[in-house]
Design a protein around this ligand. Structure first.
Ligand code: ATP
Length: 300
C-alpha cells in the first residue's frame, strides 16, 4: 500500500505546486485527474524521488521513499510525461542498457528479462528496430517495458495516452490493466474517460490540492438525482441563458450537433425545460473543480 501524508512543494518561483497532499492507495490502478498545471507531474516526480518535497512523507509497504531514495528506486518504475529515447538505438539495445543500470549484472539473466519485457508489451518482433522509427504508441509501450524492469511494486505513469490514436489507446489501457495486478499503478491524466474505464480508485487534484477522492462509481452515484440537462436549439437563446444557468450551478455547456446542451447541479428541477439525467465522471470532475469553496476534500 502507498501512503502519502501532507506532501507540499513550492518551487523557487513561488508557485505552490503541492499543498498538503494526502492519499492512501491500494494495489491496482489509481487515477489522478486534474487540469493543466494542477500539480500532477510535480506529485509524480516527487514520488519517483526525482525532486524533493518541502514537507510530508511517502511510504510504500512500510518503506519511507523520500528519506531512502536509493531503496525507493529499486521499488518503483516511472514513465515520465516526456519520455525521450535515443533514436538511433534499437529497443533491445536500450532496454538491455537500462537493465544494466537497474542492477541486472548477469548477461544471460539480463537477456532473458529484456526478452520477457519486450514480449509483454508486444514489441518483441520489432526489437531490432531503431527507437526513432517507433510510433507514439510503440514508444509508450517501450516506456512501460523499461518501467517494469526489476518488477517494481509501484509504477508511476504520467499522462501516457495523450496523443495516441484510439487503437493504440485501447491497447495501452489493456497493458496497464494487465500489469497492475498485485502492485500500485499510479496513472496521472487529464482524460476523464481513461479513469472511468480503468481505475477502481481515483483522486482529483486542482491547484495543488486534492479536491476529491474515492471510487469513480461511488463519486458518480453521489450525484444521482442532482444532475439536470437542457438542450437549446436556438444558439442565441442558449447564449443569453448562460448567465441564468450560473445561478443553477452550471457543470458544463457544450455544443452538440448544432444545439447547445447544458448540465447543471441542482437538488430540484431548475425549470420545466430541464430533465434529470444520469451523472457521469465528467460531472464529478467539473463539479469538483467548480467547488473550490470546500474546506475539506470530498472522499467516498
Ligand atoms: N520546475 C518548476 N519550476 C517552477 N514551477 C514549476 C516547475 N514545474 C512545474 N511548475 C509549476 O507548478 C505548477 C504545477 O505544474 P505541474 O507540471 O506539476 O502540473 P500538471 O498537473 O502536471 O500539468 P500538465 O497537465 O499541464 O502537465 C504549474 O503552475 C507549473 O507552472
Amino acid at each position: 500500500m502507498l501512503i502519502i501524508r501532507g506532501l507540499s512543494k513550492t518551487y523557487n518561483n513561488g508557485i505552490q505546486a503541492l499543498q498538503n497532499v494526502s492519499l492512501e492507495i491500494e494495489p491496482g490502478i489509481f487515477g489522478l485527474l486534474g487540469p493543466n498545471g494542477a500539480g500532477k507531474s510535480s506529485l509524480m516526480r516527487t514520488l519517483a524521488t526525482l525532486q524533493d518535497a518541502d514537507s510530508g512523507s511517502v511510504q510504500l509497504d512500510g518503506v519511507d521513499l523520500l528519506s531512502s531514495p536509493q531503496v525507493a528506486r529499486q521499488l518503483l518504475g516511472y514513465l515520465p510525461q516526456d519520455f525521450g529515447v535515443y533514436p538511433h538505438v534499437s529497443a533491445e539495445e536500450l532496454l538491455n542498457q537500462l537493465a544494466v543500470f537497474k542492477g541486472f549484472v548477469n548477461p544471460k539473466e539480463r537477456k532473458e528479462i529484456v526478452s520477457q519485457q519486450l514480449q509483454l508489451v508486444n514489441l518483441y518482433s520489432q526489437r531490432q528496430q531503431k527507437l526513432g522509427t517507433f510510433s507514439g504508441g510503440m514508444r509508450q509501450r517501450f516506456g512501460i517495458a523499461q518501467a517494469l524492469l526489476g518488477s517494481p511494486k509501484l509504477i508511476i505513469v504520467d499522462e501516457p495516452t495523450a496523443g495516441l490514436d484510439p487503437t493504440e489507446r485501447i491497447r495501452f489501457q489493456n497493458l496497464l490493466a494487465e500489469i497492475s495486478q498485485n502492485r500500485v499503478l499510479l496513472l496521472s491524466t487529464h482524460i476523464v474517460e481513461d479513469v472511468a474505464e480503468l481505475c477502481p480508485q481515483m483522486a482529483i487534484l486542482n491547484q495543488g490540492k486534492i479536491v476529491c477522492s474515492g471510487s469513480p462509481k461511488l463519486l458518480t452515484n453521489a450525484l444521482q438525482g442532482k444532475v439536470w440537462k437542457k438542450v437549446f436549439d436556438d444558439f442565441k437563446v442558449s447564449n443569453s441563458s448562460d448567465n441564468q444557468s450560473n445561478n443553477w450551478g452550471l457543470i458544463t455547456s457544450r455544443m452538440s450537433r448544432g444545439a447547445r446542451c447544458i448540465r447543471v447541479l441542482s437538488d430540484s428541477q431548475p425549470d420545466a425545460g430541464f430533465q434529470m439525467t444520469e451523472p457521469d465522471l465528467n460531472d464529478v470532475y467539473f463539479t469538483a473543480l467548480l467547488d473550490q469553496s470546500q474546506a475539506e476534500p470530498v472522499t467516498v
